[in-house]
Ligand binder design. Structure first.
Ligand code: PEP
Ligand code: MG
Length: 877
């Protein structure tokens, strides 16, 4: 029986074998096979690594013999012999897992050197070079294989430099390097209790084992945990002939991208250093040169021409932008690595669109090449990457984008200062609906408390305004009008900068870059629209937001939170009158003041969404949120209503709830006071009739929140239908409309078949559904949820990424039961998850009709929906 194959020569592998050969090995094989100049070598497979661990840390049978065969092949190709005193072959041993884990595992260079072979190398190049390679080998070997403290070697190097009065390693002469080799060996003997192995084969065997072992070192495990890489993949080991970029002026080393990774521009981009090794670039000892300067260098100019050709070939071959590593030894170019290059959002979009135009990839591939989350970078200002600002603390990145402004604590003051032309950042312990106007006026919002679906987070995202919330290091002192962050006191009026994409809070004015929404993004999203099956709507509460959402591609409004309209301008006073009212008559009088305002808002939204559906939700939040809090406010309300302030006060106390999220909110308001729903329905149908008369195609969908029982929906529906009939009769015209409900309580999901008797559509309110399914407060969980996520107890914050197992299961049940009663029931989602790519994918799989996201997340949802559809079709074939 033939022995299992553990080793593949580069020429025997290909790019598809990433599982077996690791990413690096598969690409080295591929490059070799397309005829590129790759130093010869072989790959020990990931299977060998796994077998090594399964066999109790011993090399599997047959592996070593295959390594020796591989080595013989390299020797033949290089015309050199491993361990020979004359023209010795030296090799590198590098790790390479299926997924790139940069710097996490180990590498050893210059294997094959000992006191004899070093002289052979010196004869070919020069002594200094040879002994420098040798001392590097001992250093790396001692650290990686023998676990000797690397500082001990650095101390010796420093002593030599001090004695000679030089600053840089490369200034050390051959004599010193030779002596260092002896001293290094002594350190190994002392620290590891064994000699540095002279036998090159012993070196190689130990190095291969050490790379296997490095799969399970602490940082590799942490990296895999952080990046969701399975722990059972194992690493491959690449053994390759050494080539040198530091053997003289006709040698160089460098890295290059086939296109610019920040802008996407189609031009070779990178850096190089002549007469240097890769480490010199990393260590920053010398400043690398821009790659195009190679053209003018007589020594490496010809290799540059070849590099350009190879870069183009590799890009054509892999059909994606590549990140290359190369070395030039004595004028000859060697390719050491190619892999798909990382890129910014802007570059990702441009490269994808350009490659379609170049005929390199299909539109479908282009759509799959851009991460939806990368679009965030394109749609909001970002911190200038070259900034030197000081990060004071980090909170939750609640709403993307960066902004600079003066610290202000009060919404009114924020508004006043903004009107005077100041840039302000509203800083609060937490925000409430009363801060709305201040948030609107501010450049950004920063809170000390609250999670990703706290008021500040939701409202800021809706406005497309940067926000950092739940910044626990932030102490807000309203009395002294200052904040303290990690001991730093910042008074009102001082500048801070926040980055809502990362959660960073920074001192002073940090430069930002404006978003670039260019034609390529529109092109790419247009392709996404052709592919996706899910509709994409927006959550918007004002005509301006609706218009913005439409501009960003929304096909309707999935949620208009009417309570948000109650806070604009002076409306709050009318709302307060409504709440304080003790008789129905009084309440109706207050509602009558609100009706024309609501009607006007609805009309504006209908106009902005001409031809698209608009889902308007009846009043949802707890009434006490609207109440006056300070004595001054109570007195003012009492004055306006001509009643005793004490009555107002007692009303405020009476309306206080211990658990408002589970209290008198949602449809419970409209059920106990149907005149509220009645007024809202009148405003909706009035507006619809008005704008229809202007020729606008109006499609209202009235949505009842927080329904847990069909009877609740029936009662509210009755009010809506009655008002509609009355208004249509009066106008002599009618408007087609739908009535539906939010599914945001587990009971509603479970009883969806019953509820569907009264509902023409369901919209999953996954903010509340998450809160109620997990028993996790939307407002308070920010205090401990980050701990859960950091410690892997929860994989994600369930308010950001839909909990498929729990909440998702309820959605699936509701979809199935709802459709059983009403096969054509319209199904959507309007919780914050509607703009999260993973959740959008779930919605596609669950068979929803649309997702609804904050306006600025509409493009992200469009792309995510298309990707979900493509993955589905891949599964179907
Ligand atoms: C929800 O609960 O998911 C929802 C959209 O409603 P709100 O966030 O306004 O409670
Ligand atoms: Mg809700």
């Amino acid at each position: 029986m033939a022995a299992h194959r553990w080793v593949y020569l580069f020429r025997d592998g290909n790019a598809q074998q990433r599982d077996l050969l690791g990413g690096k090995g598969a690409n080295l094989a591929e490059m070799t096979n397309v005829g590129l100049p790759v130093p010869p070598g072989f790959t020990v497979t990931t299977e060998a690594c796994n077998a090594y661990f399964e066999d109790g840390a011993s090399l599997p049978e047959g592996l070593w013999e295959q390594v020796l065969d591989g080595l013989a092949d390299i020797e033949r190709q290089m015309g050199r012999t491993f361990g020979s005193p004359d023209r010795p072959l030296l090799v590198s041993v590098r790790s390479g897992a299926k997924f790139s884990m940069p710097g996490m595992m180990d590498t050893i260079l210059n294997l094959g050197l000992n006191d004899v072979t070093v002289r052979g190398l010196a004869a070919e190049a020069d002594e200094r070079f040879a002994y420098d390679c040798y001392r590097r080998l001992i250093q790396m070997f001692a650290k990686v294989v023998l676990d000797v403290n690397a500082d001990l070697f650095e101390d010796v190097i420093d002593e030599h430099k001090r004695a000679l009065g030089v600053r840089n390693d490369f200034e050390l002469p051959a004599d010193d390097l030779r002596r260092m080799v002896a001293e290094f060996k002594e350190i190994v003997r002392r620290e590891a209790g064994q000699d540095f192995p002279d036998d090159p084969h012993d070196q190689l065997r130990a190095a291969i084992i050490a790379v296997f072992e490095s799969w399970n070192n602490r940082r590799a495990i942490d990296y895999r945990n952080a990046n969701n890489i399975p722990h059972n993949l194992g690493t491959a080991v690449n053994v390759q002939a050494m080539v040198y970029g530091n053997m003289g002026p006709d040698c160089a080393t460098g890295v290059a991208f086939t296109r610019n990774p920040s802008t996407g521009e189609k031009r070779l981009f990178g850096e190089y250093l002549t007469n240097a090794q890769g480490e010199d670039v990393v260590a920053g000892v010398r400043t690398p040169q821009p790659i195009e300067q190679m053209a003018d260098d007589p020594h490496v100019g010809p290799a540059y021409q070849q590099l350009q050709e190879i870069a183009q070939r590799l890009e054509q071959h892999y059909r994606d932008m590549q990140d290359l590593e190369f070395t030039i030894q004595n004028g000859k170019l060697y390719m050491l690595q190619t892999r798909t290059g990382k890129r910014t959002g802007a570059a990702a979009v441009k490269i994808a669109v350009d490659m379609v135009k170049e005929g390199l990839i299909s539109k479908e591939e282009a759509v799959q090449r851009v991460l939806p989350s990368q679009l965030d970078q394109l749609l909001h200002p970002t911190i200038d990457p070259g900034h030197t600002g000081e990060v004071l603390a980090n909170g939750l990145p609640a709403s993307p984008g960066a902004a600079t402004g003066q610290v202000v604590f009060d919404a009114d003051e924020a508004k006043a200062l903004a009107e005077d032309g100041h840039d302000v950042i509203l800083v609060r312990l937490e925000t409430s609906p009363e801060d709305f106007h201040g948030m609107l006026a501010a450049r950004a919002v920063l809170t000390a408390r609250g999670g990703m679906t706290s008021h500040a987070a939701v409202v800021a995202r809706g406005m497309g305004k940067p926000a950092v919330v739940g910044c626990t290091a932030l102490q807000v002192d309203y009395d002294r009008q200052q904040i303290t962050i990690n001991g730093k006191v910042i008074p009102k009026g001082d500048y801070i900068t926040i980055d809502g994409s990362t959660g960073a809070v920074m001192l002073g004015k940090v430069p930002t870059i404006e978003p670039q929404v260019h034609g390529d993004l529109a092109t790419l999203l247009g392709w996404a629209d052709e592919i996706r099956k899910l509709g994409v709507r927006a959550n918007a509460d004002t005509p301006e937001d609706a218009a913005k959402a439409r501009e960003l591609g929304a096909q309707g409004i999935g949620l208009c939170r009417t309570e948000h309209m109650f806070f604009q301008g002076d409306r709050i006073w009318a709302v307060r009158e409504m709440i304080i009212a003790t008789t129905e008559e009084e309440r109706r009088a207050a509602l009558a003041k609100l009706e024309p305002m609501q009607r006007e808002d609805f009309a504006g939204i209908f106009r902005a969404m001409d031809g698209f559906p608009v889902t308007i939700r009846t009043l949802d939040p707890p009434l006490h949120e609207f109440l006056p809090h300070t004595d001054a406010e109570i007195e003012e309300l009492a004055r306006t209503m001509s009643i005793d302030p004490e009555i107002v006060k007692s009303k405020v106390v009476a309306l206080r709830e211990a658990n408002p999220m589970l209290g008198h909110r949602g449809c419970r308001l409209g059920i106990t006071a149907p005149e509220i729903t009645e007024m809202q329905a009148r405003a909706i149908f009035g507006a619809a009739l008005d704008v229809a008369a202007e020729g606008v195609d109006v499609r209202p969908e009235i949505m009842i929140p927080l329904v847990g029982d069909v009877e609740e929906l029936r009662l509210q529906r009755e009010v809506v239908d009655r008002v509609a009939q009355e208004m249509f009769a009066k106008a002599g015209r009618s408007i087609p409309y739908l009535v539906g409900t939010m599914i945001e309580l587990p009971r509603a999901a479970l009883l969806a078949d019953k509820i569907a008797e009264q509902a023409e559509f369901f919209s999953f309110g996954t903010n509340d559904l998450t809160q109620t399914t997990l028993g996790l407060s939307r407002d308070d969980s920010g205090r401990f949820l980050p701990y859960y996520v950091e410690h892997g107890i929860f994989k994600n914050d369930p308010f950001q990424v839909l909990d498929r197992e729990g909440v998702g299961e309820l959605i699936r049940i509701a979809v199935e039961r709802g459709r059983k009663t009403r096969p054509d029931i319209k199904l959507g989602i309007c919780g914050e998850h509607g703009g999260d790519p993973s959740s959008v994918e779930f919605c596609h799989q669950a068979g929803l009709d649309y997702v609804s996201a904050s306006p600025f997340r509409v493009p992200i949802a469009r792309l995510a929906a298309a990707q979900a559809a493509l993955e589905q079709s891949e599964r179907d074939v």
